[in-house]
Design a protein around this ligand. Structure first.
Ligand code: KIV
Length: 284
């Protein structure tokens, strides 16, 4: 066991600071107290997780969006624990600094706090995650309470909760008009239950700003405007690999084009015999 300093980030910023150990939920709380914003990305495999760790992204989420971007399902509902746990283990093994958060998939926590504890324990033991995330407000407060009391940090997820796409009637903005009060109430309930952060997905910017102001734990926005304490994006959206992205996404690279061009260049060279060259070959 390594004993760490009681001053979580020793005066350093979260992004770019804390280089000699993993980021903790205490560091995130300190960042909120300092008014410091931080970035979060999804990750699902060893090599990209390592790149994001090197880039200093302090929190990596092994999202159930793996259902879409890794497994090719059209919603997040079909993805299972058995499909997500190995991805979480790969991300944990290949990172040294980022706090790794594992998403509890649909059907793995809703039926009871006990079920949530069993599922979360697999992510902590087999996936070596440092925290889990689950979707929903008031209805899952008992789950959050039990996990936190068992020593498992929980990130809550409100607003557009993709696991509820069938009851929401599609992927639409949540918390507009009178629904804003309900969202704020759920956010406060998650904080009371012990969540260390709350994701706000696809909610009006002014509602996210109000929730952020009223919570003492950090909010993490995705399609929630500029006022949340942190931002999260699915990495394939951020890097321009996804074929189609939502209005709230900004792409910082064009990996789709880069990879397609690389694949075409490779294929051309194989066909015309210019790859492999002598320097790529072994001699007897
Ligand atoms: O699964 C996921 O990637 C997520 C984020 C988009 C918040 O839940």
């Amino acid at each position: 066991m390594t004993i760490t300093s009681t001053t979580p980030s020793a005066g350093n910023s979260l992004y770019g600071g804390v280089t000699n150990r993993r980021v903790t939920v205490r560091d995130l709380a300190s960042a909120k107290a300092r008014g410091e914003r931080w970035p979060m990305l999804t990750a699902y495999d060893a090599l990209t997780a390592r790149v994001f760790d090197e880039a200093g992204i302090p929190v990596l989420l092994v999202g159930d969006s793996a259902a879409n971007v890794v497994y090719g399902y059209d919603t997040t509902l079909p993805v299972t624990m058995d499909e997500l746990v190995p991805l979480t283990a790969a991300v944990s093994r290949s990172t040294q600094r980022a706090l790794v958060v594992a998403d509890l998939p649909f059907g793995s926590y809703q039926s009871s706090p006990q079920q949530a504890l069993e599922s979360a324990s697999r992510f902590m033991k087999e996936g070596r995650a440092q925290a889990v995330k689950l979707e929903g407000g008031h209805a899952v407060a008992p789950q959050v309470e039990l996990l936190v009391s068992a020593g498992i940090p929980v990130m809550a997820h409100l607003g557009l909760t993709p696991q509820s796409v069938n009851t929401l009637g599609g992927y639409r903005v949540q918390g507009r008009g009178e629904a804003a009060a309900g969202l704020l109430k759920d956010a406060k309930e998650m904080e009371r239950a012990g969540a260390f952060a709350v994701v706000l997905e696809c909610v009006p910017a002014e509602v996210a700003a109000q929730v952020t102001e009223q919570l003492s734990v950090p909010t993490v926005g995705i399609g929630a405007g500029p006022s949340t304490d942190a931002q999260v994006l699915v990495w394939q959206d951020m890097a321009g690999l996804s074929p189609k992205v939502a209005k709230f996404v900004k792409t910082y690279a064009n990996l789709h084009e880069t990879l397609r061009d690389a694949a075409s260049a490779y294929a051309d060279e194989v066909v015309n015999g210019t790859f492999p060259e002598e320097r790529h070959s072994y001699t007897g």
